[in-house]
Design a protein around this ligand. Structure first.
Ligand SMILES: Cc1cc2nc3c(=O)[nH]c(=O)nc-3n(C[C@H](O)[C@H](O)[C@H](O)COP(=O)(O)O)c2cc1C
Length: 337
């Protein structure tokens, strides 16, 4: 049997296979209100029909200023719960699990008005100058993440993923390249971790379901965090009750990187082995045999696919055929599967 189609149980949740739809912003809230639209319902449900085991809804903003763009999904208000709950119901009807990535863009936000970051350091020469968060604002932002998680719980999500990658706000706190603070939230690695620590602790007080954290395990800069630092951070996450580390990389600063199929898998492997926590591998994984090798080889527990699932929402069917696994069709499709 193909390992890619082995179930995985995390807490009370059992995933029917190891195939995850990686979070992808759809920039489809035309009314700029952060609410779920028909596009989201069709888009995510299609991948559930395609037999993806776990779908992670795109970066969803915990505050309006934490959006990347004004078309982002939001979870900063109770008014967002109804649409998100509908999305959960639709995906559950197709027998898939669904998670949500909660996010704050920090200095990478492109919304109008002031934007915030750990320090007044812009992302690039052409980016807007962010305002450094005061201690009170840091506490308010931690609270915004926890309130977002409470709404995700209310909406019925199976998984909450904290977006701590790609140079967005949490990553800005973690990285010495963006965090120049000299209070309790900046300085050494432990203090730079404090913002994420408080978010995880706060969420763990109200959510006992599966909790994932997405990280940028390499900042590809001589003065940035490396995988060794992230193994340390992953150990802390594990101690705090995080269930899985989703291992991406880069985008903290504009720094050239060489990407090739599976280029981030070694990060998932290192963290899994050295921190003893479940991991997800992501990045240019498109071939069924490659995905199978990652899971079968114990290099990661879940395989996240992004662009390949945009091109081919029924990728699990193709993978099953390629790996000689008999994958049950949705009953409506049995004549054509
Ligand atoms: C259109 C698009 C939107 C994305 N939005 C997000 C996002 O909301 N959150 C996130 O963590 N990564 C996001 N990503 C990154 C993907 O989740 C994934 O890590 C990356 O595309 C590499 O995987 P792939 O080679 O399978 O596409 C996005 C990627 C694409 C192509």
């Amino acid at each position: 049997m193909a390992h890619l189609f082995n179930p995985l149980t995390i807490k009370e949740m059992t995933l029917k296979n190891r195939i995850v739809m990686s979070p992808m912003c759809m920039y489809s809230c035309e009314k700029k209100d952060g609410k779920v639209t028909n596009w989201h319902k069709t888009h995510y449900t299609s991948r559930a029909v395609g037999q993806v085991g776990l779908i992670i809804v795109e970066a969803t903003a915990v505050t309006p200023q934490g959006r990347i763009s004004e078309q982002d999904l939001g979870i900063w208000s109770d008014e967002h719960v109804e649409g998100l709950a509908e999305l959960v119901r639709l995906v559950h009807e197709q027998d898939a699990k669904i998670g949500i990535q909660i996010a704050h863009a920090g200095r990478k936000s492109q919304v109008s008005g002031p934007i915030a970051a750990p320090s007044a350091v812009p992302f690039s020469e052409t980016s807007k100058m962010p305002e450094a968060l005061s201690a009170d604002q840091v506490a308010e932002t931690v609270h915004a993440f926890v309130s977002a998680a409470a709404r995700a719980k209310q909406a019925g999500f199976d998984v909450i993923e904290i977006h701590a990658a790609h140079g967005y706000l949490i990553n800005q706190f973690l990285s010495p390249l963006a965090n120049h603070r000299d209070d309790g939230y900046g300085g050494d690695a432990e203090r730079r971790y404090r913002f994420l620590r408080e978010i995880v602790d706060g969420i763990r007080r109200i959510w006992d379901g599966p909790l994932f954290v997405r990280i940028s395990a390499n900042e590809y800069h001589p003065e940035g965090n490396s995988i060794e630092q992230y193994v340390e951070y992953a150990r802390k996450m594990k101690d705090q009750g995080v269930d899985l580390v989703d291992c991406s990389s880069g985008s903290v600063v504009n720094y050239p990187i060489t990407a090739y199929p599976g280029y981030q898998v070694p990060y998932a492997e290192a963290i899994k082995r050295q921190a003893g926590i479940l991991t997800g591998a992501v990045g240019l994984i498109t071939e069924p045999a490659h995905a199978e090798e990652i899971v079968a080889g114990g290099r990661a527990d879940l395989v996240f696919l992004a662009r390949e699932l945009l091109r081919e929402p029924y990728w699990p069917r193709l993978a099953a055929k390629a790996l000689g696994h008999e994958l049950a069709a949705p009953k409506q499709y049995t004549r054509g599967w």
